[in-house]
Design a protein around this ligand. Structure first.
Ligand SMILES: [Zn+2]
Ligand SMILES: [Zn+2]
Length: 203
């Protein structure tokens, strides 16, 4: 396969994520791309921004060392299969967008089966077929050259700033502490997001 991970390394990613799936393979390949574009970068200098929260983000966190908890993995909820990586030490950065053509050849057949699943006419065979096709898609993602998987664009912007440590306020609704930047004001009181949502909700 084109993917440079050993079978063992791939299994470690699968163990972390919980299953093997095409989405995970996208994360594996984009992590490989980060290595190709930026070379070996100390994980503390690397920042990843994912514009999706699909399966692949687990591979990115596992393979690049950019994690949500450390603050160098940032999720932007844009629903796009796009990923940016920044090397803080060299200032180099790039954004990679998944090419939909990477699905071609398999997607068309998946769509046919999915349509039968959606309208209720699917058979047990269809379900099996869909599982097989997902396997084929996974193989395709692992085999494709990286440039056929992603369009790559150099970035010249600075990486997103690390999170600021702010004061903890007390929510007037539930009494729990809430970080200042996530607090809301309502009728002269301070609320956490869920308590604010309860009050603000329009009927
Ligand atoms: Zn998955
Ligand atoms: Zn509250």
């Amino acid at each position: 396969m084109t993917c440079r991970l050993t079978a063992e390394e791939y299994q470690e990613v699968v163990a972390f994520h919980g299953h093997s799936c095409p989405g995970l393979a996208i994360g594996v390949r984009v992590s490989e791309l980060a290595r190709r574009e930026l070379g070996p970068v100390d994980a503390s200098e690397l920042v990843a921004v994912a514009e999706t929260d699909m399966c692949g983000v687990d591979a990115i966190q596992f393979l690049t060392g950019c994690t949500l908890g450390k603050g160098n993995f940032i999720h932007r909820d844009y629903g796009k299969t796009a990923f940016s990586f920044y090397d803080r030490s060299s200032g180099r950065a790039f954004r990679a967008v998944f090419r939909p053509e990477a699905r071609s050849g398999v997607q068309e057949r998946m769509d046919e089966v999915s349509a039968r699943l959606a309208d209720g006419s699917a058979t047990a065979q269809d379900r099996e077929r869909l599982a097989e096709l997902r396997g084929e898609m996974l193989e395709q993602f692992l085999k494709l050259p990286l440039d056929e998987m992603f369009t790559v664009q150099a970035l010249h912007s600075a990486p997103p700033r690390p999170a600021q440590v702010l004061a903890t306020l007390v929510c007037d609704g539930c009494g729990e502490g809430v970080m200042e930047s996530r607090s809301r004001r309502w009728g002269g009181q301070t609320f956490c997001i869920p308590c604010f949502a309860e009050r603000e909700q329009k009927i």
